[in-house]
Design a protein around this ligand. Sequence first.
Ligand SMILES: Cc1ncc(COP(=O)(O)O)c(C=O)c1O
Length: 407
Amino acid sequence: MAVLSVEAIRALFPSMQRTHNGLPVAYLDGPGGTQVPASVADAMRDYLLHHNANTHWAYPTSEETDAMLASARAALGDFLGAAPDEVAFGANMTTLTFHLSRALARAWQPGDEVIVTELDHHANVDPWRQVARDAGLVVRTVPFDVTTGELQWAALEAAFTSRTRLLAIGAASNALGTISDVTAAARLAHASGALCYVDAVHFAAHELVDVRAIDCDILVCSPYKFYGPHVGTAFVRRELLARLDVPKLAPAGNEGGERVETGTLSHEAMVGAGAAVDFLASLAPGATSRRAALAETFAALHARGLVQVTRLWDSLRAIPGVTVYGPPPTRPRTSTLSFVLRGHTSTELARHLVSRGLFASNGDFYAQTVIERLGHADDGLLRIGCSAYTTDEEIERVIAAVQALAA
Ligand SMILES: Cc1ncc(COP(=O)(O)O)c(C=O)c1O
């Protein structure tokens, strides 16, 4: 069965009706956060207006809350290829990473080592650096190649020692779109007795996550990057979850993902995250299961994104004064592309695009080290992100706008 057309997908998003300067708005900041379909907002509204309660009490709205949160865990389990009891929620990926790093480090000794990469968003770097400072750990940093936008694999292999306890690695760069082989990275980590912590925040919006195939120990992502509300979620491998020494309150639950959750979370956002998974599955209506539908949806989104990023790559590079960064479309990458235009700051470029109804973000995107290494610490890059609702015509509008500014 076919996956819905981009026009049919756009009809599910009320925000697609918005105009700016009399032009339809093109939302090109998926890597910063995607738009939300009506079904996700409806699910959150339904929860808040009809089922709102705290968990684990013996009255109907509380029981309904428990059931709805269990459904959300099952949906995220299908999304990640995990069991529902391995799914935890948190405020966002950053908060989950601060929390989980602190828990993991309780089992480590001064002098133990963690590996981070230059290509990562700082949410998968700074929590490790800070816990290292607190616990006396050594941090090793794997560089990336500025010409290819890819991790230096030999340096990654060389970073492991007998003291390595964990590799923190991103599945895809939110600045350059580079996809890193986290399956091979997890194999390397396990071969030296270390854990593998994967930041899939950018990756999960573009490719089907399969935590068993990757064989990682923890994987984190953020539903607001894949058509859901502002919330974070983590897969923690069951055996690891059971032995994690998590900072927690004595009376708090220890079952499944609740073991690493703190306080009362945003139930409506958890429900909305589950609805976002159902939205993605609904794009492939003929599939036999939710997981099968997600696989079809992501295969189609990958194919559409590849066409768009290839067009952007070829056309922007042909404009005098434009420098495009990251791997070419023939290498593993997402449909996120960043560039600069000589003689214009990235903010000027962003404002020029806005004047034509094109909403895109600029700066360092918290992938600060990537931007520094590329020599743009002062001003950053302009980033175009293609999402499920991005049309080929919007991509042509971006190219025409940059051509006009460069002329
Ligand atoms: C690759 C990547 N990792 C981590 C984060 C941080 O996620 P959160 O905002 O959920 O803390 C982001 C956010 O942009 C990201 O793109």
